[in-house]
Design a protein around this ligand. Structure first.
Ligand code: ADE
Length: 224
């Protein structure tokens, strides 16, 4: 059974192009994962399809109502599924977490409102809260897209070549080495000699040294 993902969002069309294109689109087309996007407004209970209201206790902004979200979750959840809320105050997304999620059978991703959602949703029908980084997006749908993309790469068959996973940033906790392709000389800039040498051991050494150098410059925290 391929991994099944349900996304609950107020902006379902934001995901249309994203899910149809590129490697992810191919992976879905090939049946390596199945993603269903659901419009939370379909579960709205009043005739204006209202989804939010002012916060008790006062303050700026609007808060997503519990009723439609509970109703949606109760309809799409399955026994043992992982129910995830995308929020900047969640646990940071990492490659390890993405890989762990890629091995589940069913994920339900709830993308929230700019201002927040009723705490009872988080307390009762959410298993895990995940942030994609220390910045605030206008809504969690983009974060859900990032999570789907990051975990899909760990599903066997989604990336054509298995090798492309092993050699990249973050599996080694080092940033990437520089890549070059034809032509060997372009507008007076030439490709480092070593890469044309055919000496694989020396090329590996050179690449590792570039990784350490780049990581020291850009992300010294990874070297600690
Ligand atoms: N929603 C808004 N900002 C977010 C973030 N950084 N991560 C996850 N969900 C979000």
């Amino acid at each position: 059974m391929p991994l099944t993902i349900d996304v609950l969002t107020l902006f379902p069309r934001m995901l249309d192009g994203f899910l149809a294109e590129s490697i992810l689109g191919k992976g879905i087309g090939a049946g390596h994962l199945k993603v269903t996007v659901r419009d939370l407004r379909d579960w709205a209970t009043d005739k204006h399809r209202k989804m939010d209201d002012r916060p008790f206790g006062g303050g700026a902004g609007m808060v997503m109502l519990p009723e439609p979200v509970f109703a949606a979750m109760e309809q799409v959840q399955t026994p043992g599924c992982r129910r995830i809320y995308l929020t900047p105050d969640g646990m940071p997304l990492s490659p390890e977490l993405a890989q762990e999620l890629s091995q589940q059978q069913h994920l339900v991703l709830l993308s929230g409102h700019y201002e927040g959602i009723d705490q009872r949703i988080r307390d009762q029908i959410i298993d895990q809260e995940i942030s994609i980084g220390d910045y605030v997006l206008t809504n969690g749908t983009v974060a859900a897209a990032v999570l789907i993309d990051a975990l899909a790469r760990f599903i066997p068959g989604v990336l054509g070549e298995e090798k492309s996973l092993t050699h990249e940033s973050f599996t080694s906790k080092l940033l990437d080495f520089p890549q070059y392709t034809r032509p060997a000389e372009f507008r007076g800039m030439s490709v480092p000699e070593i890469l044309l040498s055919g000496n694989h051991a020396e090329i590996e050494k050179w690449r590792h040294a570039r990784q350490v150098e780049k990581t020291r410059q850009v992300r010294p925290d990874l070297l600690k």
